[in-house]
Each structure stands twice: as C-alpha cells, then as structure tokens.
Write a protein that binds this ligand. Structure first.
Ligand code: NAD
Ligand code: IPM
Ligand code: MN
Length: 356
C-alpha cells in the first residue's frame, strides 16, 4: 500500500473553501494516525480563478491536476458571474473533460442518525442504499452549443464507446452490491436514449449475465426515487439526468450537505472527489456549511483514488460517530458549526475509534 500522496485541493467558490478546509483537517488527522504523508497543493478554480487568473481553470491547474494522485474539489459558482460570458462552472467541466473522469459515483444511503429528519416517512427512507452512476463527460453538457437570444441549442451526443464504459462501471459496482442495475433514459423520446438502452442491454447480456438489469424512463424514475427508493440498487444514467436525479435523491438523507461523489476515469488516472452540492451562496461565509459531504468525498478519495480503504473506513466511521453524537448543522435541524463538526470527526479519526 502506498503511503505518500500528492493531492490537489481546489476549494473553489462560496462554501467550497469552508468545506474543503474541513475535509483537509480530517485528512490530516487521518494521515497522522495512519502514518501516511499527504502533500497538498491548493489552487483556484471557478469564480476565484476568474478573478485571479482571468480563466475559470488555468492550463497550469489542469496540468497540476493531471500530475496529482487525486483532486479534492469544493464547489464552483458565484452569482456575480450569472449572465456573464465567462462562467465559473466552465472550469469544473474543463477539469472533468481533461482528466477524462467519465464515471461519477454518487452514493445515497439512509443515515440512521437522520432517518426522522428526512421529509419522507421513516419506512420509505430506512434501509435505502442506492448508487447513482452518472456519465460525466458527454451528453448535453459537452455537445456543440449555439448561444443566442432568438435561437439557442445544446447538442446531446453519445458514442457507443462512451455508453459501454460507463455501463461497465455500473455493472462492476452492482457485482459488489445487490447485483441489480437500473438504466435510466428517455428512450420514448430521445435518439440518444434509444441507443443508450440498446448498448447497456448488450453490455449486460454479453458481459454481466449475473446482474439483473432493467430499464426505466427518467421522469417516472424521479417519482420512484422518492416513493420507493428501496427498489433501486445501482442506477446508471446520462450526464443531465444523473445531475438532476442525484440532487433529488438528497432528500433521502435529508440534506444536500450529505452527498459525496467520486469522478473516475481510466484506471491509474487521477479522480476528482467532489461533494454533489454547489457553492451555496446563500450560506457562504457564515461558518454553517455542512462539511460531511466533502469529508465523505475525501473518504471516497482514499478508497477509489488512493487505494487506502482502511483510511476511508476510518473517516466514514468518524462521520457516523459524530452524527450519532448529534454533531449536526442547521441543514439537519442542529446547531453545530462547520468547525465544531470538523473537530468532532477529526477527534474520532485521530483516536482511531472503530478503525477497520
Ligand atoms: P447548491 O447545492 O449550492 O444549494 C442548494 C441549497 O442547498 C441551498 O439552499 C444551500 O444553502 C443548500 N446547501 C448546499 N450545500 C450545503 C451544505 N454543504 N450545507 C448546508 N446547506 C447546503 O445549489 P444552487 O443554489 O442551485 O447553486 C448555487 C451555485 O453552485 C450555482 O452557481 C451552481 O452552478 C453551483 N453548483 C456547483 C456545483 C459544483 O461545483 N459541483 C454543484 C451544484 C451547483
Ligand atoms: C454538479 C454540478 C455541476 C454539474 C455544475 C456546477 C457544472 O451541478 O456537479 O452536480 O451540473 O455537473
Ligand atoms: Mn448538480
């Protein structure tokens, strides 16, 4: 097992610096406990990079990202640039494209300490464990765009290879879980949806006969995700549907501040580990952002990006312990600050409580 890592920190905008700072504190506590060395470099992305470098992600930052072992990102986006020509979000899209992180894993699980906080009934939420695998470098996000006021268009393109590779990620994940994949599309309306469905079916039949596969439409999936989330194990879907379904799924644990993610490319290339939430300008700078999503993204970094599931497990256990001890912020009905939550998790991690 490697024990020395180069990490690029891209805190970004809004609450990004607050939650990445929190994750870094926990990572440092874990590194000390496990005797590993973390070499963390910090750079700008998003609005912060536009202000300082005139570009939402510089070529130098992209090069540093490619040379790192993993990237931990906060969030990008700032109302100051809404409607402008240069958008902070473009920095994140360039980063994903240049690292080739085509598979975005977004786990959504019921959290025992929060079951009664979710706006959904206990019997609906209890026991939920879904993995959304979102295609991340294709579709409507990256097709040709025509930007005008009288006429605008976003082309949505998928090649067969792009669908095959993300389908394999989903099937492989299902093999380690409950062995069920639901592929989500709009095959009733969209050409990309019909192709997506045929390709996923072919990959399933030829390479994963042991995995149960079904296909569902994105609109009714949005409804089922809330009314009967336990019907799902792994969901695989395109870039745009995956973006929307995962924010919707945040109501299962009860806050956007709980969902972590890992954006992965080809084996050996650095992944981007990023919370699902955005820069939350409405609460930025107040010290009340929920840091759990980013701390759990750091855990995903140790598991999926750095080959250290032991460190990931320790961080996850620290998070569970802190949540059980009611270290909850305002988004979850509590009063703890970002800093208090961070300190609680770090102490658990440093003490090695429950380390696997
Ligand atoms: P958002 O996720 O930033 O916020 C939605 C709501 O959830 C807000 O009320 C916010 O206060 C709350 N919230 C989000 N994260 C939280 C946390 N950690 N703790 C407590 N509350 C939290 O989505 P939005 O408001 O639609 O977008 C704001 C900006 O963020 C936009 O510029 C958008 O483009 C950007 N964005 C960036 C990313 C990213 O960088 N990955 C993701 C989504 C949105
Ligand atoms: C996300 C965000 C991004 C996306 C934006 C900020 C580009 O919403 O990571 O979910 O749409 O992919
Ligand atoms: Mn999103």
């Amino acid at each position: 097992m490697a024990n020395s890592f180069d990490i690029l920190l891209l805190p970004g905008d809004g609450i990004g610096p607050e939650v990445v700072g929190a994750a870094k504190t926990v990572m440092d506590a874990a590194a000390k406990h496990f005797g590993v060395s973390l070499d963390c470099e910090e750079r700008k992305v998003g609005a912060a990079a536009i202000r300082e470098e005139g570009n939402p992600v510089s070529d130098e930052t992209l090069e540093r990202a490619k040379a790192s072992d993993a990237v931990l990102l906060g969030a990008v986006g700032d109302p100051e640039f809404d409607g402008g020509e240069i958008r902070p979000e473009a920095g994140l899209l360039s980063l994903r494209k240049s690292l080739g992180t085509f598979a975005n894993l977004r786990p959504v699980a019921a959290i025992p300490a929060l079951i009664d906080w979710s706006p959904l009934k206990r019997e609906i939420v209890s026991g939920v464990d879904v993995l959304i695998v979102r295609e991340l470098t294709g579709g409507a996000y990256f097709g040709e765009k025509v930007e005008g006021f009288e006429y605008a268009s976003d082309q949505s393109v998928y090649t067969k290879d792009e669908v095959v590779r993300v389908a394999r990620v989903a099937f492989d994940a299902a093999r380690r879980r409950k062995k069920r994949v639901t592929s989500v599309d709009k095959a009733n309306v969209m050409a990309t949806g019909r192709m997506w469905r045929k390709v996923v079916a072919e990959v399933g039949a030829e390479e994963y006969p042991d995995i149960e596969l079904d296909h569902a439409l994105a609109d009714s999936t949005a409804m089922h995700l809330i009314t009967n989330p336990k019907r799902f194990d792994v969901i695989v879907t395109d870039n745009l549907f995956g973006d929307m379904l995962s924010d919707e799924a945040a109501v299962l644990p009860g806050s956007m501040g709980m969902l972590a993610s890992a954006s992965l490319g080809e084996p050996g290339s650095p992944g981007i580990f990023e919370p699902v939430h955005g820069s939350a300008p409405d609460i930025a700078g107040k010290g009340i952002a929920n840091p759990y999503a980013t701390i759990l993204s750091a855990a995903m970094m140790f598991r999926h990006g750095l080959g250290r599931p032991d460190i990931a497990g320790a961080i996850e256990q620290g998070v569970s312990a802190a949540m059980e001890a009611k270290f909850l912020g305002r988004d979850l009905g509590g009063e703890k600050t970002t800093q208090e939550i961070t300190k609680a998790v770090s102490q658990w991690v440093a003490a090695g409580e429950g380390v696997a």
